[in-house]
Design a protein around this ligand. Structure first.
Ligand code: PHE
Length: 363
């Protein structure tokens, strides 16, 4: 075999054996680069006589063409292989079961607040908020609790030292100041709920210094206790997801409602467990207090600059944490705020389980 035929066979074998694009590029430079062997041979053609070139030219041109073609072919093959490998490694098998659910869970308090917002949105209520650092006037005075009123002492209030613009500041002891803010900032008719944190200096198995309440307020014309009772009954049936919820309304006292009503729900004993639902007066049954409510006191309506002869309404307030305990069977309130991951894993809710009325709010 001639020298050129030998060179060609060697180069083509090397190119076919190149197993990476880098190795192939090194071969290309060695053959076709500025100082490559094939380039060197092409350069010898220039000074030749026409007769000599006619004889030696064709095998050298053939070498150049064959090596160029072999390089291109091998390059395409290596690139295809690299793409195939990448596609294979990035493949997702859509038929595999998904075992990586969302991490973390929704706290029962957040869950219950979402459930309440869903239930009341369906009844035409919107969600209102107010500051947790409140002034004395919104938290007490405007709610018909003057400075000398014993109810101020009952609330175990956290006061801030000093005062701001002559106002005594405190951590709100209930969500009722949102009633005042809503009536002063908007026009009736009003239908709101106001969930949020409240603070009282109290701590045992059923009391924590910070807890959650939800307030409800309706202001319109011709509102009666009947509307209040229907609303609470509808809400509690939806919340506990039972039709056999029985309410007991007891006369009570709150300075900001007149008349005032405390609401109990009946429970029955099932396997020694208190289960909400049924007549609390049945054997083994009983009543659990769930909320405070009443017709908004006309003095409160007046304090907000509205005419109580034109506008009436009802208000209610209840503990969100307590509702969560009753619905989901927890017995120590303090665990709600311990931040213990085991508790949260056990009692928490999936972030993907958004409460809906059609799907069952607690699903
Ligand atoms: N604010 C009252 C409390 O904290 C609850 C309540 C709200 C009662 C609205 C009546 C009307 O106990």
């Amino acid at each position: 075999m001639s020298e050129i035929a030998n060179l060609k066979a060697g180069l083509i074998a090397d190119i076919a054996a190149a197993d990476t694009l880098d190795a192939l590029e090194a071969l290309r430079v060695g053959a076709m680069g500025k100082n490559g062997v094939v380039t060197g041979l092409l350069k010898t053609l220039g000074p030749m006589s026409p007769e000599e070139r006619l004889e030696k030219g064709p095998p050298i041109q053939d070498l150049r063409e064959s090596v160029t073609a072999a390089l291109a072919e091998r390059k395409a093959a290596l690139e295809q292989a690299a793409l195939d490998a990448r596609l294979a490694s990035e493949k997702i098998d859509m038929t595999l079961p998904a075992d990586i659910g969302p991490q973390g869970s929704v706290h029962p308090v957040s869950q219950v607040m979402d459930e309440l917002a869903e239930i009341f949105a369906d009844l035409g209520f919107s969600v209102a908020t107010g500051p947790e650092i409140e002034d004395d006037w919104h938290n007490f005075t405007a709610l018909n609790i003057p400075e000398t009123h014993p109810a101020r002492a009952m609330h175990d209030t956290f006061y801030f030292p000093g005062s701001e613009d002559g106002k005594k500041m405190l951590l709100r002891t209930h969500t009722s100041p949102v009633q005042i803010r809503t009536m002063m900032n908007g026009e009736p008719p009003i239908r709101i709920i106001a969930p949020g944190r409240v603070y009282r200096s109290d701590s045992d198995a059923t009391h924590t210094p910070m807890f959650h309440q939800i307030e409800g307020l309706v202001i319109d014309k011709g509102i009666t206790l009947g509307h209040l009772k229907w609303t609470l009954e509808t809400f509690l049936k939806a919340f506990f997801e039972r039709d056999d919820i029985v309410l007991r309304l007891r006369p009570s006292y709150f300075p900001f409602t007149e008349p005032s009503v405390e609401v109990d729900v009946g429970y029955t004993l099932t396997n020694g467990q208190r289960v909400i639902g049924g007549d609390g007066d049945s054997p083994g049954g009983g009543w659990l207090e769930v909320l405070g409510s009443g017709m908004v006191n006309r003095r409160v309506i007046e304090a907000c600059g509205l005419d109580p002869d034109e506008w009436q309404g009802f208000a209610f307030g209840t503990g969100v944490d307590r509702l969560a305990m009753l619905k989901y069977g927890m017995n120590d309130l303090r665990a709600f705020f311990d931040g213990d991951l085991r508790w949260l894993k056990h009692y928490g809710f999936s972030a993907l389980d958004v409460p809906t009325l059609s799907g069952g709010v607690g699903a």
